[in-house]
Design a protein around this ligand. Structure first.
Ligand SMILES: C[S@@+](CC[C@H](N)C(=O)[O-])C[C@H]1O[C@@H](n2cnc3c(N)ncnc32)[C@H](O)[C@@H]1O
Length: 916
């Protein structure tokens, strides 16, 4: 944990300049006439409930948190809360009344989410809470507890994710929902892997086990069906995307502790999320293998929104609420949802959510997106009334009115058109036909199947969720058909121009572009970096662009359109989809990769190309500002000498795949860190290299280079985050088994306990084993056992044996968290290396020690010193430095330090608020 400076959020999202002051919550009056008038008039709750509704919105939000990680592990941490802290807190009195202890959120499965009404500042400062506060801080810092608003936990629960599924989280930062998705994709993985190892060991021992039905033989998995094709490892994938690069980095930090090799993080505008190539399926079409693009089983569209449902924690909502906030986000929300539906498999589901209560951002978006996708025969609003039965909810709205930016209410688009005849475009600037309810239609959508959560129902924030299922491949209607009443803004006009042009084209590829256009490019060519909100503001800018500007946008957009056409004509590429061309997903890529721009220049491709102005060429060719260079992902050949040395030293089973290791540097040489990814992640990274897709993260650290003094010791030490995946396949030669609580406590508490001389005798049941095991990295395996001195939980930890001592290679914060949880011990750690080095420095040179002996000793001392430094680096890298980064982004490690875990940032959401 960082020690530098005050960890309380000081506002701002980095990027230089002065940090804004933190809002003094007591100073913001919780009152806003338009806000109250709009929702009172909408009738979203019965008149008799209105007082309760507004009173709840004005109260502070309870603190809620979730136990994270694999289910088995999360349950152990949760048990500590139940057994120890709940009884302890129940006895505390504050201000003369008994404190309410934390309670499990009733609708969340397995009691893995909790909430507490005691104010944060009381928990932080009132001494009787000190040990509970320490538990929360410690478990949060190591990632076992994640502070998350209760309603924000709902969308992933409605995604019905099964291990092995391909999942996309389109607006993912800061990542609290992504973390839930990752956990689901990895569900049951550890148990499956252990079973596979057991079975292969039994086979090796000569037992006759019939091939095929491994499930029947399972021990740990207890007959669980599912993701067995990769020796039990999860084959699923989570792609987490955010348009904001800094927030994408926050997300990476947030989910790092889950150590998923099945996670890929991208940085794109979701309205034009690029299509991702996957390997051909082996069937051929004519002379060529078909190019295939990734389609998703599940997509989460937790879109940027006005966030008025978060006013219990973001008090500025009271101050800043205007009807224009929602109106300004509508188009972006529709585009994101349409793009999600395009990328979905038939039978797959999109979960759309916002933390806004405004129907313009919710039901209107659902209806407009479904309409654009061809109606309810193509996309169904799923009935989720049976899901999460204990969750109090209200049905989606079927009719509503829309408040324009002056506060005037409109019942229907027809009313707007009537006034439009009088040319009142200034006031009505942001209204769109799609924002209005369609109750008058012959077959209205079953919007009551959407889910609305109001603050007074179960003391939460306000929230909206809808689950959509794709029934058929879709042909999206061009956005231009959704009429707007304002003068055409620049970019939209440009794209509409392209659409009209291309719709008349005979070329089917051009028609695909025309039919499927979901979002216009940005005026400044940096679509992916700019937030949708900022872009939206640009699009609805009332002023017409200057004529010159407009022409340039046409030229740029034409360039892209042409580049897309070229790309689709790559040799061997055919669209791998049985439905007619033009009806399905297409590639969206902005800006096009330089190679395509090269090819799109007149005369380069043999196809008619656009003429780019010099200025726009420069804009595409030069690196875009604020986009840090991402190191490439370079996979190592499985027979790379470094990998062979690893395989031999750790006696890795042949079942462990050696073709999924990669490094992140241009040379592709394993210099410092070797990462591991899932097979699908590898295919995606390699097939899409250089295609303009901005991958910003993938892979877990599996091995880190370590200085060693003996040539027989492997230079690659196992990282804790890679251990759960590797450990089942490591040979017994490098494993130390521990059974006693006392021994583990000693290893956690003491850094570098002595093994040399008689030191090993102090190390209990592992003493002889660690005395005799060769130097280098090994694995400490803690098996659960009955009895007082045993463990209820299985654990695996990296251990380093040097000539003199032994050391758990864990960051200090992990040691402390485990000591507190397993032993209720928060006394300081002991570092034996210091005293040993000091003693050695004081000792007079001994005449009896031979040169060879003293050389060996010096080498060993040096190795041990390196170990100490490495151990400290681990702590710094995973604790202090990261923490410093987080501070920059306004993330607070203290779990009770407010949901401003992340600062206000473009995007809104239950974890953030929209800046308008
Ligand atoms: C409501 S927040 C998402 C919260 C997140 N799902 C979570 O649970 O932690 C919305 C996010 O959308 C991002 N965003 C805004 N416009 C976007 C766009 N056009 N494409 C992708 N992401 C966008 C914002 O940067 C913000 O991080």
């Amino acid at each position: 944990m960082g020690k530098k400076g005050n960890k309380r959020f000081r506002g701002g999202r980095g990027g230089g300049g002065q940090r804004p002051q933190r809002t003094d919550y007591t100073e913001v009056p919780k009152q806003n006439d338009l806000f109250e008038q709009y929702y009172n008039g909408l009738g979203i709750v019965h008149d008799s409930e209105l007082d309760e509704f507004w009173n709840a919105l004005r109260r502070d939000l309870p603190n809620s948190f979730r136990f994270t990680g694999s289910r088995g592990h999360a349950v152990h941490v949760q048990q500590r809360l139940i057994d120890h802290y709940v009884p302890e807190i129940s006895g505390i009195e504050y201000d003369g009344t008994r404190v309410e202890p934390p309670t499990a959120i009733p609708w969340f499965p397995d009691q893995l989410a909790w909430q507490m009404t005691t104010p944060k500042n009381v928990v932080r400062r009132f001494p009787p809470f000190a040990s509970f506060q320490k538990f929360l801080v410690s478990e949060t810092s190591v990632g076992n507890i994640s502070r998350q608003e209760a309603v924000s936990m709902i969308p992933p629960l409605l995604m019905t994710i099964k291990p092995g599924m391909i999942v996309l989280d389109l607006c993912a930062a800061p990542g609290s929902k992504t973390a839930q998705l990752i956990e689901m994709v990895h569900g049951g993985e550890e148990a499956r892997m252990r079973d596979v190892v057991q079975i292969s060991k039994r086979k090796e021992a000569g037992e006759q086990i019939p091939n095929g039905n491994l499930i029947k033989l399972n021990l740990a998995t207890n007959g669980q069906e599912g993701d067995w094709s990769d020796d039990g490892r999860s084959t699923g994938l989570v792609i987490a995307n955010d348009a904001d690069y800094k927030r994408a980095q926050m997300l990476i930090h947030q989910v790092k502790r889950l150590s998923s090799p099945n996670l890929v993080v991208t940085n794109h505008d979701a309205t034009m999320f690029p299509s991702i190539k996957i390997p051909p399926d082996g069937t051929s079409s004519g002379d060529h293998l078909k190019t295939r693009y990734l389609k998703f089983d599940r997509i989460l569209a937790d879109v940027p929104c006005s966030g008025d449902g978060t006013c219990r924690k973001n008090v500025n909502v009271w101050k800043d609420w205007t009807p224009g906030n929602a109106l300004g986000l509508f188009l972006t929300q529709v585009r994101i949802l349409v793009r999600a539906l395009q990328m979905l498999k038939v039978g797959g589901r999109v979960v759309y959510s916002t933390c806004s209560m405004n129907p313009v951002e919710n039901e209107a978006v659902i209806a407009t997106a479904i309409e654009r996708c061809g109606g309810s025969s193509n996309v169904e609003v799923v009935d989720i009334s049976d899901a999460l039965p204990k969750l109090q909810r209200r049905p989606g709205l079927s009719s509503w009115d829309v408040m324009d930016k002056t506060g005037r209410r409109w019942q229907s688009w027809r009313d707007v058109q009537a006034v439009l005849a009088e040319d009142d475009t200034e006031t009505l600037g942001r209204l769109h036909e799609g924002m209005f309810s369609r109750l008058a239609e012959t077959e209205p959508l079953p919007l009551e199947r959407c889910m609305r959560i109001y603050p007074h129902l179960q003391d939460t924030g306000g929230f909206f969720i809808s689950v959509l299922e794709k029934r058929k491949e879709i042909r999206t209607r061009p956005e231009g058909e959704v009429k707007k009443i304002e003068p055409e803004p620049s970019i939209i006009a440009a794209v509409d121009g392209i659409e009209i042009k291309t719709t008349n084209e005979k070329d089917p590829i051009a028609r695909i572009d025309a039919l499927d256009e979901t979002a216009p490019p940005h005026a400044n060519g940096s679509a992916d970096v700019q937030s949708a909100a900022a872009r939206q503001n640009q699009e609805i800018a009332p002023n017409k662009p200057m004529a010159g500007q407009k022409r340039e946008f046409h030229a740029e957009a034409d360039a892209v359109s042409s580049a897309k056409r070229l790309r689709m004509r790559e040799p061997g590429d055919t669209i791998d989809d049985p439905t007619p061309e033009g009806t399905t997903d297409r590639q969206v890529q902005w800006p096009p990769p330089p190679s395509q721009l090269e090819a799109s220049r007149p005369g380069m491709s043999g196809l008619p190309g656009p003429t780019l102005t010099r200025e726009s060429q420069q804009r595409y060719m030069k690196p875009r500002p604020k986009q840090p260079f991402e190191e490439p992902f370079k996979y190592l050949p499985p027979d790379h000498p470094e990998l062979e040395s690893i395989r031999d030293f750790y006696h890795l089973s042949p079942h462990f795949p050696m073709d999924r290791f990669m490094v992140r540097n241009v040379s592709g040489h394993p210099a410092k860190t070797t990462y591991y990814t899932s097979a699908l992640a590898r295919s995606i990274l390699t097939l899409n290299e250089g295609k303009g897709i901005k991958f910003v993260h993938c892979g877990i650290k599996m091995f880190v280079r370590q200085d060693v003094q003996s040539e027989h010791v492997c230079k690659w030490r196992v990282q804790n985050e890679g251990l759960p995946l590797l450990e089942p396949w490591v040979g017994e030669e490098r494993v130390v088994e521990l059974r006693s609580r006392k021994t583990l406590r000693c290893l956690l508490k003491e850094m570098f306990p002595k093994v040399e001389g008689e030191g090993w005798k102090q190390l209990g049941e592992i003493g002889v084993r660690v005395r005799d095991i060769g130097m280098g990295c090994c694995i400490l395996r803690v098996e659960p056992s009955e009895g007082e001195d045993g463990f209820s939980e299985r654990m695996v930890l990296p251990l380093w044996r040097s000539l003199y001592s032994l050391n758990l290679m864990l960051p200090k914060e992990d040691r402390r968290a485990m000591l507190l949880r397993l032993y209720n011990d928060d006394s300081p750690l002991l570092d034996h290396s210091k005293e040993r080095f000091e003693t050695k420095a004081r000792a007079p040179p001994s005449e009896e020690i031979s040169d060879a002996e003293s050389e060996a000793e010096a080498a060993a001392a040096q190795a041990e010193k390196t170990q100490v430094e490495q151990a400290r680096n681990d702590t710094i890298l995973r604790g202090e430095d990261d923490d410093e980064d987080l501070e920059e982004d306004g993330v607070i490690i203290d779990p009770l330090a407010g949901e401003s875990m992340v600062t206000r940032a473009a995007g809104g959401g239950s974890d953030t608020t929209m800046e308008n």
